[in-house]
Design a protein around this ligand. Structure first.
Ligand code: IMP
Ligand code: MG
Length: 188
């Protein structure tokens, strides 16, 4: 059924679309397939990084054919002048059902890698049987050749631009856009 948005641009505040809803939907099927095979015979615990991964996780899990748990966490990162003073902490830690589990961290985007590094360490310390990571987007960062930790499952590699949509925000807005794109100048 056609809806009344069909003849409008993707969104008034988007300058360009980087990854379209159709590309996302298609890639999620392939990713979910890969995950279903990778974790075959195991029970999976998906650690969902709020709020950015909310939409990605909700689409992804419905395509995964495994028994799985969803464990929401929230991380706040504090900026610092040096890398030593930068860091992450839990705003919402995992509820405790991590020990002995096969854990897959799912986040919206891998940028500096700090969030992923922090979470992997924390989940290993919490006794996870194994910890892997999955992101919808991985940003190319030529300035950071030695980003910490690798990502095991990646939806799309994107250029080093600030993007919003499909869960990603600017000032907590635009998470609801169905496509991932770059904001027009006046909205930034
Ligand atoms: P990292 O710790 O630098 O890898 O950053 C990961 C977090 O930064 C993600 O969970 C996002 O919340 C945020 N982030 C990084 N790049 C973007 C972007 O282009 N748009 C929106 N959020 C971003
Ligand atoms: Mg985030």
């Amino acid at each position: 059924m056609k809806n009344n948005h069909d003849n409008l641009p993707p969104h008034l505040d988007l300058e360009k679309v980087i990854v379209s809803r159709e590309q996302i939907a298609q890639r999620i099927v392939a990713l979910a397939d890969e995950l279903t095979r990778f974790y075959q015979g195991k029970e999976l615990t998906i650690v969902m990084v709020l709020t950015g991964a909310l939409i990605f996780v909700s689409d992804l899990v419905r395509k995964i054919n495994l028994k799985l748990h969803i464990e929401p966490v929230s991380i706040s990162s504090y900026p610092g002048k040096s890398t030593a003073t930068q860091g992450c902490e839990f705003r919402l830690p995992p509820s405790g059902r991590i020990a002995g589990r096969h854990v897959l961290i799912v986040d919206d985007i891998y940028d500096s890698g700090k969030t992923m590094e922090f979470l992997e360490d924390a989940l290993r310390q919490a006794g996870a049987a194994d910890v892997h990571s999955c992101v919808l987007l991985r940003k190319q960062r030529a300035d950071l050749p030695d980003r910490p930790s690798e990502v095991h499952f990646v939806g799309f590699d994107i250029p080093d631009e600030f993007v919003v949509g499909y869960g990603l925000d600017f000032d907590d807005l635009y998470r609801n856009l169905p496509d991932v794109g770059v904001l027009v100048e006046h909205a930034r």
